[in-house]
Design a protein around this ligand. Structure first.
Ligand code: BT5
Length: 264
């Protein structure tokens, strides 16, 4: 990865500081260090490869050199916009920016699997990890991390996956520039961020929601906590489920994993 080429292209965007690496442990963890030294909002931390990429709840995320996008954005609280009440929408923000880019610029039928995955043809091409930091009960900062499988060879071995995965070049049937994809995702993210607390945002997220009106199972670890039909997303970013028990229930992200009922 020619970091100087990436830097000069990314400088055209209205971002904070740019921290570009050939290799880091995790861009989300590197972002935490940059927060400590005063990195401004919308600073971008990007790496060609991660040696300790993180998924949610201690899971791992693989990023192979030259094949994928792995980046994180630093955000700070903003009254009326980024508050404890809107935190539940941030994984949706990352997923929406990626899904919208794939649909509009790459003609791929991307869907968002609540809360944090982007699927194409039912396969995971992108994962989003939101790390929230508090000082007591004060929201201090947020790191929004996004990993996208771009080229052939970016997808881990099947035995290392707990959900089918694919890469964009296989799905699109053509080469894809990682840098141009990143620029488009960032532009979409910058467009949607100011809408975080608006209904427009929830509607856009919901329009691209996977498994709408299908029956899914919700699990924490191996434990099934509910089963029912997906109705949509609430204004807080919760999943609205018509539970098989007959009640309408809302679930916040937490530990929950979602699967189509015939595939778990
Ligand atoms: C996620 O977690 O999907 C969030 C992934 C976020 C990655 C980005 S990359 C930039 C930033 N820096 C980081 O350190 N992380 C973020 P989760 O839903 O928990 O899914 C993790 C699971 O996905 C793993 O347990 C594997 O089964 C699978 N997995 C790992 N690498 C994958 C890949 N490249 N493509 C598809 N699935 C993968």
């Amino acid at each position: 990865m020619d970091l100087s080429v990436w830097r000069s292209r990314l400088k055209e965007l209205p971002l904070g500081e740019l921290f570009l690496y050939q290799e880091v442990g995790s861009t989300n963890s590197a972002a935490e260090n940059h927060i400590k030294t005063g990195a401004p909002a919308f600073s971008l931390i990007l790496a060609d490869t991660q040696t300790a990429g993180r998924g949610r709840h201690g899971r791992t995320w693989e990023t192979r050199a030259g094949k994928a996008l792995a980046f994180s954005i630093i955000l700070y609280p903003e009254p009326g916009l980024l508050t404890p009440e809107t935190l539940g929408k941030l994984s949706g923000l990352g997923a929406l920016a990626v899904a919208e880019t794939l649909i509009e610029d790459y003609q791929l039928e991307a869907e968002i699997k609540w809360p944090n995955d982007v699927l194409v043809e039912g396969k995971k091409v992108c994962g989003v990890l939101v790390d929230v930091h508090w000082a007591g009960n004060q929201l201090k900062d947020v790191v929004l991390g996004i990993g996208i499988n771009v080229s052939r060879g970016s997808v881990p071995e099947e035995r290392d996956l707990h959900f089918p995965a694919a890469c964009l070049e296989d799905l699109a049937g053509r080469d894809i520039s990682r840098l141009e994809l990143l620029v488009k995702v960032m532009l979409s993210l910058l467009k949607w961020y100011p809408e975080l607390s608006s209904e427009l945002f929830t509607t856009a997220w919901q329009e691209r929601l996977a498994y709408k009106n299908e029956v899914v199972v919700l699990k924490t670890g191996k434990k099934i906590i509910d089963q029912g039909k997906v109705l949509g997303i609430s204004n807080e970013g919760s999943l609205i489920l018509h539970s098989n028990s007959g009640a309408e229930r809302r679930y916040q992200t937490g530990e929950i994993q979602l699967r189509l009922v015939d595939r778990f």
